[in-house]
Design a protein around this ligand. Structure first.
Ligand SMILES: O=C(O)CCC(=O)C(=O)O
Length: 320
């Protein structure tokens, strides 16, 4: 069954059919294709090599990053944030991540956890991946969770970092650690121009080394992006390449081996938030004590006026 599903997932015309079903939701895309000089229908697939001839501008802090600290200080929103947040955000360009300590108060976190427990106990929600207890897109389905999570509150800080307004794309609620291999989100949620996505990781409990914490490679976002051209994805006119994602994971392992970035685990306090750059290499550490949960929420935000898609399946992103 799994084999047949995997073959189906590789058939490009099925993805085009899905884009046609969602044609209205992709309304903005045709305009963006025109803006960036891409001669394509919004219903067709899109991948980074389509943009080889198109010039682009990275996020403002990624350009001349050696003086980004000084430029960030001048941003009108910068004066509105706490000293701790300022300190961490000033290293965004160098580190590719920032930590906002105690961003959510304990009462709100408890209310989020209570609502999730009730949804699980009542059978209202189910696991998308049975091997890893995670709930996809609760924010788009559950008003209470959407109100409790700092969806709107985060937008000014993310817009400041990207230099553009942002839209929330998706949420993932993890009960346990993901144990996900090292990757950068730019392979899953790709943009043109590159770099216009931010991942937000929210600790819903204190997280220690045995719970499978998030790991990151600070500074790795400064390396070249690894996309399908770098991995010989092997797609043709009709089919997407076989095992493209495992080829990608191997390529990222090689990048880690070749470069001297230090792996760091985010041992968070309940309510802490970590923001990561689209090209920062990260993943989930091994769960050393399976009796322990690792409750967390991930939010992925895209900038508004960029092309947003999934590099491996070439599907345009449908923003809810
Ligand atoms: O929380 C984790 O363990 C990893 C999450 C992640 O890699 C992601 O959402 O992109």
């Amino acid at each position: 069954m799994g084999l047949i599903r995997n073959i189906f997932k590789r058939i490009k015309p099925l993805h085009v059919a899905n884009n046609l079903v969602n044609y209205n939701k992709l309304a903005n895309d045709q305009e963006l294709y025109r803006k960036y000089g891409l001669k394509k229908s919004k219903a067709s697939g899109v991948k980074h090599s389509d943009f080889n001839q198109v010039s682009s501008t990275p996020p403002w802090l990624d350009v001349n990053s050696e003086n980004s600290r000084e430029r960030l200080k001048e941003h009108p929103f910068f004066s509105e944030i706490s000293d701790q947040q300022k300190e961490s955000l000033l290293d965004w360009s160098y580190n590719g991540y920032a930590v906002l300590q105690e961003y959510l108060n304990a009462k709100i976190v408890d209310a989020i956890n209570l609502e999730i427990d009730q949804l699980i106990d009542s059978g209202t929600v189910s696991w998308k991946y049975p091997h890893s207890r995670r709930l996809m897109n609760l924010v788009h389905e559950n008003e209470k969770i959407a109100k409790l999570l700092p969806i709107e509150q985060l937008k000014p800080v993310l817009s400041m970092l990207l230099g553009k307004e942002v839209d929330l794309f998706q949420s993932i609620n993890f009960i346990d650690g993901s144990e996900q291999k090292a990757h950068a989100d730019s392979i899953h949620m790709t943009t043109f121009p590159l770099g216009y996505l931010i991942g937000v990781w929210i600790a819903l409990e204190d997280i220690g080394p045995d719970q499978g914490p998030l790991f990151i490679y600070p500074g790795s976002h400064r390396l070249d992006y690894v996309l399908t051209e770098e991995i010989d994805a092997g797609d043709n006119y009709f089919l997407l390449g076989k095992n493209a994602y495992s080829k990608y994971e191997t390529a990222i392992e090689e990048v880690i081996q070749k470069n001297d970035f230090k792996r760091t685990e985010f041992l968070a306090k309940k309510g802490d938030v970590l923001l990561w750059h689209a090209n920062l290499i990260h993943g989930g550490s091994k769960i050393l004590n399976p009796k322990l949960t690792r409750k967390s929420t991930v939010l992925h935000y895209f900038a508004k006026d960029v092309i947003r898609y999934h590099e491996i399946t070439q599907r345009p992103a449908i923003i809810p």
